[in-house]
Ligand binder design. Structure first.
Ligand code: PLP
Length: 375
């Protein structure tokens, strides 16, 4: 091997210099990329922040925990522009609202919907109104909604109360509802299933996903079924939905009046997409299960400390669920766990539940720092 002297530029032939080649196109956002599968026309003004195209990351430690030659991947949707999968639905919902001439949009939110609605509505020149349960929205999400320019109204009630309010507001006032009751939300969100198949070359055997209002599980199932009908996959996954034990209406078989969990994004007692989600579970021979806050936190720490992936607590419910029912996973199968939101959304939970804490009060002296480091 010859070593180049540092003073001269490396001799690389022109053909080896990496320039964008004509066949590598920049990602155009999910509406442009999946246009034939979406209810848009050339008249739809596409409002995009180039969301989608998030990585499907192998997680070797978690695969090993499941064993049996099972391959586990996480769909890290926390890397969307506002840090959650909600951007997928919002690019569609806001584009269609703009097409219809809407001037204002409204949503009830546990946090991420409000951040996404605020960003996309602002971009489209509309007023975003957000109704949140007072005291139960993670700090990062609230910060985003405010800075993006949302008009945030905190009610003395939970998410389910907020959803009831916004449904009635949208009936009586000139504001468009952009919760997942808006059918365009699910249309946008289904593209995550397309991306999974585009990477794996087929559908996974299992899809593990946190369930709150149950829009995302319904959207993934729509996406897999649609790709299947176009011959893009040979199989369909088992849909495995996980709720937090304190907010698990699907396990109770009826709405839960006072949902409680530290996973605030899924702190929902009366899911709006109840029927659709049960349809997906039944048709896919999947299952719903509940995971405790302790199990959620354990998965949250494993993802960060073993895999280097920082998600928010609600997202970790998918991995907590997989680990809980790992005995049921068929050998040699492929499993995708959806990580719905970015860990930076909820810095309070991260600091509170980390095994590591800051070692403070240390003098800036080598010997003292070395001692703290254990050398
Ligand atoms: C919205 C959200 C969920 C729940 O998704 P649903 O479609 O309401 O079931 C889960 N995790 C995060 C981070 C979310 O923002």
């Amino acid at each position: 091997m010859t070593v180049q002297p540092l003073t001269s530029p490396p001799s690389v032939s022109n053909s080896k210099i990496i320039t964008p080649s004509s066949d590598v196109k920049p990602w155009p956002g999910l509406i442009e990329n999946y246009r034939p599968y979406l209810p848009v026309t050339e008249n739809t003004p596409v409002v995009t922040l180039l969301e989608g195209n998030t990585p499907l990351i192998p997680v070797p430690y978690i695969s090993q925990q499941v064993g049996k030659g099972v391959k586990v991947f996480v769909k890290y949707d926390g890397l969307n522009p506002t840090g959650s999968f909600k951007d997928r639905g919002m690019t569609m919902a806001i584009s269609k609202a703009k097409e219809d001439g809407a001037k204002a949009v409204i949503c009830a939110s546990t946090g991420n919907t409000s951040a996404a609605a605020a960003a996309y509505a602002t971009r489209a020149g509309m007023r975003p109104f957000v109704i949140i349960p007072d005291g139960y929205v993670a700090l990062g999400k609230l910060a985003q909604a405010l800075l993006y320019g949302a008009e945030v109204i905190a009610i003395e009630g939970n998410f389910d109360d907020a959803l009831t309010v916004v449904k009635n507001m949208a009936k009586d006032y000139p504001v468009t509802l952009v919760n997942s009751l808006n059918p365009y939300r699910l249309e946008g969100q289904k593209t995550a299933a397309f991306e999974v198949v585009d990477v794996l070359g087929d559908a996974p055997d299992w899809l593990c996903i946190p369930v709150g209002n149950a829009g995302n599980i319904s959207a993934y199932w729509m996406g897999f079924c649609q790709y299947h009908s176009f011959g893009k996959t040979n199989k369909l996954p088992k849909m495995m939905g996980f709720q937090a034990a304190g907010a698990a209406p699907f396990m109770a078989g009826e709405p839960v009046t006072n949902p409680e969990t530290l996973a605030t994004a899924i702190r929902i007692g009366n899911p709006a997409n109840w029927e659709k989600a049960w349809g997906a579970k039944d048709a896919s021979q999947g299952e719903f299960n509940a995971v405790t806050d302790e199990e959620i936190l354990e998965a949250y720490r494993i993802l960060a400390a073993q895999e280097g992936i920082f998600c928010e607590p609600a997202s970790a419910a998918s991995v907590a669920g997989l680990l809980k029912v790992k005995e049921q996973v068929p050998p040699e199968s492929t499993v995708v766990c959806v990580l719905t939101g970015n860990g930076l959304k909820d810095p309070d939970s991260a600091i509170k539940h980390s095994k590591n804490q800051v070692k403070s009060g240390v003098k800036p002296e080598l010997s003292e720092i070395a001692e703290v480091m254990g050398f």
